[in-house]
Design a binder for this molecule. Structure first.
Ligand code: AMP
Length: 447
């Protein structure tokens, strides 16, 4: 069964989804006014035990989509005494398994699940396990089993081999960000884990994109699934722009935009760990303090940097793609592609860090002539096309303009060029849009 996002009539209030009172009370605490499209379309089906394939990315509200029914199912079982007695028999059991690609996402999803469970009186135990930290604490947390386990595949296999947990009582399997998990090379781990679970179970698969590998997995795993394709909440609120710059001018252009627009929380993506430190030191020369976030840092350092960035103590965070997925940073206003991501799917993951859950966001890419071809592929694969723009004061050499595009000239020409009136007229519609967006920040560029 396929549910089309545009035509389906779905419940418009949480009360209509069939959720139990303590979960509804928590949603009220959290001031969730109404279900997001994916929640409205799928929660009743998940509660009815159906398998699910959901095309949805971070920002769509997908965590609550699987967490609420999972909590409800386990809470009801416990209340009826079923799970308690089973648990004591099973020892190192797990009932609901959520597989995620990264440690950050594991922590974040487990935190969300615990938060949604706030009124369930501690009846549903949730544990997160992930690599990069010692296994001891995780083994301790798994003693006596757990109702919900949020795990990265590699660490879960380690824990299984030390007998800390068994998968033979898994009733519900959630594959979160399946495309990311497979693209990170977890195919073998996932196959090994699937072989340890009962065949009879409910499976919920979430993926932002559906490359062949994911399609193969869905065919193998799911039985008569409900299929849903939703636009994430940010789709309507995320503005994408691409600026062409001369080769060697990306740093100075980035520094200029950050200062001009007085951005206070910018996530900048580069493609390598060394590129993070390199860009941070170059920005320092422009009096911009930036921190880095990549896989070579210890977990503690990464947590500290992330908290500081979330808390607004760090204004510019330069990250590799490890930060591109699943990080729930509320209201991140600006995401920058300093280097273009290698894959078109990663482009979508990166820009999904901005404009979360109905907030306005901005995703900017800086391209020089060596990036033109690659950016066109990103556009084609992701089915969008952006106008090329230039940054005032950083116009590109005429000879380097992509012949496929007429580059939009900057809306505010460099001082003294005498073209200000013409530019102002040309950008009127943009001006209207962006005044709404930032009430002040980019606005000066358009007035
Ligand atoms: P997710 O896509 O699960 O990462 O969720 C993105 C953000 O949306 C998180 O900060 C959630 O707390 C929030 N969220 C999820 N569902 C709703 C909802 N129905 N109303 C408002 N916010 C929500």
């Amino acid at each position: 069964m396929t549910i089309d996002n545009n035509t389906a009539t779905s419940p418009s209030s949480f009360n209509e989804l069939g959720l139990i009172t303590p979960l509804l009370a928590r949603l009220t605490d959290l001031q969730y006014q109404q279900p997001t499209p994916i929640q409205a379309q799928t929660i009743p089906n998940i509660l009815a035990g159906r398998d699910l394939i959901a095309g949805a990315n971070t920002g769509s509200g997908k965590t609550a989509t699987f967490a609420l029914p999972l909590l409800q199912q386990l809470f009801n079982e416990k209340s009826s005494g079923q799970a308690c007695s089973n648990a004591s028999k099973k020892g190192n059991y797990v009932a609901g398994l959520v597989l995620v690609p990264t440690r950050e996402l594991a922590t974040q999803v487990a935190d969300s699940v615990r938060s949604y469970a706030a009124h369930l009186n501690g009846a549903v135990k949730t544990v997160a396990v992930f690599g990069g930290v010692s296994t001891n604490k995780q083994m301790l947390a798994l003693r006596g089993g757990t109702d919900i386990l949020v795990a990265t595949p590699g660490r879960l296999l380690d824990l299984i081999s030390s007998n800390a947990i068994k998968l033979d009582h898994v009733k519900t399997l959630v594959l979160d960000e399946a495309d990311r998990m497979l693209s990170l090379g977890f195919t073998e781990e996932i196959s090994a884990l699937l072989a340890m679970m009962p065949k009879q179970k409910q499976t919920l698969l979430f993926s932002a994109t559906f490359p062949e590998q994911v399609k193969a997995l869905t065919t193998e795993l799911l039985s008569d699934p409900v299929e849903v394709q939703v636009q994430s909440a940010e789709a309507s609120t995320l503005v994408q722009r691409v600026f062409t710059v001369n080769k060697g001018q990306k740093t100075v252009s980035l520094a200029h935009l950050i200062k001009e627009n007085q951005w206070r929380q910018v996530l900048v993506f580069v493609n390598s760990k060394s590129g993070c430190a390199h860009l941070a030191s170059k920005l320092a020369k422009h009096d911009i303090t930036a921190e880095v976030f990549h896989g070579d840092q210890g977990q503690g350092a990464r947590n500290r940097v992330l908290q500081a960035f979330k808390g607004g103590e760090i204004e510019v965070l330069i990250a590799t793609d490890i930060a591109a997925r699943g990080l729930d940073i509320e209201k991140l206003p600006v995401v920058f592609n300093f280097d273009l991501p290698r894959s078109p799917a990663d482009y979508m993951h990166r820009i999904g860090r901005s404009g979360r859950a109905g907030e306005i966001g901005l995703a900017l890419s800086l391209i020089d002539y060596e990036d033109y071809h690659h950016f066109k592929i990103i556009e084609k694969k992701n089915k969008f096309r952006l106008e090329r723009e230039e940054i005032a004061g950083f116009e590109i050499d005429e000879s380097l303009i992509d012949p496929d595009f007429s580059v939009n000239k900057p809306v505010v020409p460099p001082a003294g060029s005498g073209k200000k009136k013409r530019a102002k007229k040309a950008s009127k519609s943009e001006s209207t849009i962006y005044q709404d967006i930032w009430s002040g920040s980019l606005k000066s560029d358009y007035e």
